[in-house]
Design a protein. Structure first.
Lengths: 484, 486
């Protein structure tokens, strides 16, 4: 039987506010356990939450970026359950009236085609703390630094049909939130995590199959692998005459499998009700319009502009607009050197290669966009040739000079274009290579073209790479042919 | 000096008749000698009180005394106090010391008041008799066989007994007004949102409100001046200017329109209570007010709606008491579930457990719409009843409770206890301000008149009560404790 996969994602994005969603404690990552949890985060008796306006603005920006409806009123609800790292015994979330309504995210697949994925809604909520099971000799440690960190949970419709589509959707969300600057998007630190709902159905069938929810998957790669495993598991189960049980599963990246956590019957009754400590959030049109007017250019718009206005290929445009850092870097190189195609080539060629080799992100590149732009400009105005340019790039990478010009000056890489100087070097090479000259002279005229390479190499070597290769070629040809 | 009002004490302090330290020592002495009979305090803070009194005396000497500087008072043990334990009347918090002061505590300290300690209360403010306290029941200073009312029973008894001239209480369904009535003192529950709830241990967040309990309406006005106002730490505390609540106190009552809700004078109202209340209303008429009957048609839904909403909120608010971070933890838990179950089973009393169970049930899947949502709809209707009534009249009046203080142990059945709040509970659901003012006695036991006003109209309420107190002396009656009898 032919099976079709149906996937929906709940993506939790940690918002980049300085303080927590309902308290003034810092949200910085990596502090000593329980040093960034104030009385409100600890849920001490008598404390009350106060909503962080910055988190609201970030959620609304996301809504506007995916063309979602922004309801005038949204309400915080309490989700009640007991857990040691949930200090109040409830999580403040939004169940009934979320801050962001239905919207659409456009995803780009590997073959360059695009597909819309509908977003059901997105809501604000607070994160829980962390339970630490190691190093406590049979007990559990609780770190509440993360408790109260603002999260935007983005809930998709079940519109994805493959693991690749799910990964592309996650990348699209990642790209939107980092472009908006509402999240650092750092998946290794847990800034983006997702729950994946997966089901399969016979191709052509309308009704959805029973779904399993895979909790807390925290990388693009794991999303693909978890789905691949889960789809295979469900198909195998169904083909053997079994049934998929509605349940929550956990992905184990080490064993590359998903395991059952709890079934629907074991699920909590969360007893949602409106939080009486928080007022409904009422957003007026002026507030929303102000945020809309100040939205940055988003990935899709940027890609289109790179293609249409800068004349880049669809591929280049998509690679260079993938992250805001990449796009900003590229645009600065382009602005400095004034040539979009050369800028694109350098960013994706020399720079990307070096970054990959050292496993660095573009944000941590040792060569700044301005430095690279100035280097490309020197190639374009013939100050240096391509070979010297690579040398200059390496020198910049190693921190051997503040700018391309400094390095060109210090290492004497300026291209020699003086015909007299080049002729002198050519004459010397011809004088030093009687055997090669003889071979050249004896060769058939149509073979001589290849043989000239030796002489070019010698002249370039004599100029320490600075002679203009094109001039060397032309003058050599004249002089050798004159000897024949 | 222990039967004086705050206003009178300030005049004496200003005149140098005695210092705040002398006043404080005198009252601490009374508490030490006499509170064994009443059990109105859970914690008495001798040292801190004397230090605060000295600071107040110094401020007065430096000419920096405000209206409340150097005046002693007591705090219901539901307000978090830095360095002094806050129990909420529960075993769960028997050893809890908050690392912060509640906003109300902070404001009263800043005003120069001297706290003598923390008063007894029904556990987590759940009760109408103060019999639900882990620290034992409080006795009514007028009659030791009677309850003082609840949940702010300790605060009411302490003021009535002359241990403090004023105390701070909280009112979720009548917990300031009913004990004020039972103990013959004046108590005000302000409009919801008038006073910050930060640091006040939550029972039912959408209903809880702190307020003053004292010997006179004037004293309540002085205290509300210090307590009211916006607080950035409480989103439900409104951004609205705080008037000087003493400013309107001189206004004559001629032309005042008083409404008597017919529903508050029906079956179940004790005849002696009714007689005292009707007598008081005649006084208002003699002061120039007009009286008419009005109707609050949804009154009989108030108790059922309250006992859905309040336990629902309480079940969630009390989830934090899980034995993990603070509060009571059972001995030697075998695992997490055992820790939760035994810590909560041991830490909470029966009434608290009952309300957690009710609230957990009404919020459950399948019951939420039938209970919680319906109760919220009823709540809107009840509020509308009051808004409609205030279109016709300026204030509403009626009994604060259907009976005078009842005997200790008389209401064993929870539902008959819940019915004690029949005249007070709707006021919290509507969010309006309400007062109880002493207007006479049923035998040895005091009777309270309830006066209700529209949202944020505390100034008028206080003046209406004040004018009555200028014309009568029920509020100046004091019970005789054993020492005086001897």
């Amino acid at each position: 039987m032919q099976w079709e996969t149906v996937i929906g994602l709940e993506v939790h994005v940690q918002l980049a506010t300085r303080s927590k969603i309902f308290s003034g404690a810092s949200t910085a990552f990596g502090a000593e356990p329980n040093t960034q949890a104030c009385a409100v985060d600890l849920g001490l008796p008598g404390v009350l939450p106060v909503l962080n306006e910055a988190a609201v603005a970030m959620a609304v920006k996301f809504g506007l970026a995916i063309d979602a409806e922004i309801p005038e009123v949204s309400v915080f609800d309490r989700k009640n359950y007991f857990y040691p790292d949930l200090p109040k015994g409830y999580q403040t979330s939004q169940m009934y009236q979320p801050i962001v309504g239905a919207g659409v995210v456009e995803i780009t697949l590997e073959d360059g085609t695009t597909k819309p994925v509908r977003v059901h809604h997105a809501h604000l909520e607070e994160d829980a703390g962390k339970s630490l099971h190691e190093d406590f000799h049979g007990m559990t440690g609780v770190d509440l630094n993360r408790a109260g960190t603002p999260l935007l949970e983005i809930v998709s419709e079940p519109d994805m049909r493959s693991a690749k589509e799910a990964a592309a959707y996650l990348k699209a969300i990642h790209s939107i939130v980092t472009y908006l600057g509402i999240s650092d998007g750092n998946m290794a630190e847990g800034s983006m995590r997702c729950d994946v709902n997966v089901s399969v159905r016979p191709k052509g069938q309308e009704a959805f199959g029973t779904r399993a929810e895979i909790k807390n998957v925290n990388s693009f790669r794991f999303v693909e692998r978890a789905i691949a495993f889960e789809v295979e598991r469900q198909i195998e189960l169904l083909e053997d005459g079994g049934k998929v049980v509605q349940e929550t599963r956990l992905f184990d990246p080490e064993r590359d499998e998903t395991r059952s956590m709890r079934t629907k019957e074991e699920a909590n009754d969360y007893r949602y009700f409106p939080c009486p400590d928080l007022l409904p959030v009422v957003l007026d049109k002026a507030y929303i319009d102000h945020l809309r007017d100040n939205l940055p250019e988003l990935p899709a718009e940027k890609r289109a502009r790179f293609e249409n206005e800068l004349g880049l290929s669809a591929y280049d445009a998509s690679v260079l607009s993938a992250t805001r850092e990449m796009a900003d870097y590229f645009e600065e190189v382009k602005d400095v050197c004034q040539d979009a195609k050369q800028a694109a080539n350098w960013v994706q060629g020399e720079l990307a290669g070096a970054l990959n080799r050292e496993n660095l992100s573009i944000a941590n590149s040792p060569v700044s966009a301005r430095q690279l732009g100035e280097l490309v400009a020197r190639v374009l105005d013939d100050t240096i040739n391509g070979k010297a340019a690579k040398q200059v790039f390496q020198a910049l990478w190693n921190g051997q000079g503040a700018s391309a010009d400094d390095i060109i000056e210090a290492q004497g890489l300026k291209q020699v274009t003086d015909t007299g100087a080049i002729e002198a070097m050519i004459d010397q090479v011809i004088a030093d290579s009687p055997a090669q000259v003889a071979q050249y002279r004896d060769a058939e005229p149509d073979k001589r073209g290849k043989m000239i390479g030796y002489f070019v190499g010698q002249v370039m070597k004599a100029s320490r790479g600075t002679a203009n290769p094109q001039q060397v070629n032309e003058l050599l040809k004249q002089k050798l042919d004159a000897l024949c | 000096m222990h039967d004086k009002t705050l206003a009178e004490l300030t005049r004496s302090l200003d005149a140098g008749d005695f210092s705040s330290r002398e006043l404080t020592q005198h009252l601490l002495g009374r508490i030490d000698r006499l509170d064994g009979q009443l059990n109105s305090f859970i914690t008495v803070t001798h040292e801190q009180a004397l230090a605060a009194a000295d600071a107040a005396d110094a401020a007065r000497a430096a000419g920096k005394a405000g209206a409340l500087t150097g005046l002693p008072l007591a705090l219901k043990d539901i307000f978090c106090t830095q360095d002094v334990k806050t129990t909420a009347g529960s075993r769960m918090l028997d050893s809890f010391i908050a690392p912060y002061d509640a906003t109300v505590v902070e404001k009263l300290k800043a005003a120069g008041t001297v706290s003598l300690g923390k008063t007894n209360m029904d556990e987590f403010a759940m009760g109408s008799s103060n019999e639900n306290s882990h620290y034992g029941p409080v006795k009514n200073p007028w009659d030791f066989t009677a309850v003082p009312g609840g949940s702010s029973g300790g605060s009411a008894a302490a003021v009535a007994a002359g241990f403090v001239p004023a105390a701070i209480g909280t009112d979720t369904g009548g917990s300031i007004r009913q004990p004020a009535a039972f103990c013959g003192i004046t108590g005000l529950k302000p409009t919801y949102g008038r006073v910050s709830r930060y640091g006040m241990i939550a029972y039912a967040s959408s209903l809880d409100q702190a307020g003053p309990m004292a010997r006179s309406a004037e004293d309540c006005a002085l205290l509300l001046n210090a307590m009211a106002g916006h607080d950035l730490r409480d989103s439900t505390c409104v951004q609205r200017g705080v008037p000087d609540y003493t400013e309107e106190l001189g206004t004559a009552l001629s032309g005042l329109k008083i409404g008597l809700p017919s529903e508050y004078f029906g079956d179940g109202l004790d005849p002696q209570v009714e007689a005292a209340v009707r007598e008081a209303i005649k006084v208002f008429e003699s002061l120039g007010a007009s009286v008419r009957e009005v109707s609050l048609p949804h009154t009989h839904y108030a108790i059922p709606a309250y006992y859905v909403i309040a336990p629902a909120e309480a079940s969630s608010n009390l989830s934090r008491y899980d034995g993990v971070r603070f509060g009571h933890r059972c001995a030697d838990p075998v695992d997490l579930i055992d820790l939760y179950k035994r810590s909560r089973a041991e830490g909470f009393g029966d009434e608290v457990k009952r309300r957690i169970l009710i609230g957990t049930h009404t919020l459950s899947e399948g019951f939420f719409d039938a209970y919680y949502k319906k109760a919220q709809q009823v709540r809107r209707l009840i509020r509308q009843d009051f808004l409609d009534a205030f279109e016709e009249v300026d204030v509403l009046m009626g009994p604060a409770a259907p009976t005078p203080a009842f005997d200790l142990g008389a209401n064993k059945d929870p539902v008959s206890m819940y019915l004690q709040d029949i005249y007070t509970i709707a006021i919290n659901l509507a969010g309006i301000p309400g007062m109880s003012v002493p207007v006479g006695f049923a035998g040895k036991r005091p009777v309270g008149l309830q006066i209700l006003g529209s949202h944020f109209n505390e100034s008028r309420l206080l003046n209406v009560a004040h004018q009555f107190q200028l014309a009568t002396d029920w509020h100046r009656q004091c019970p005789a404790l054993a020492e005086e009898n001897a």
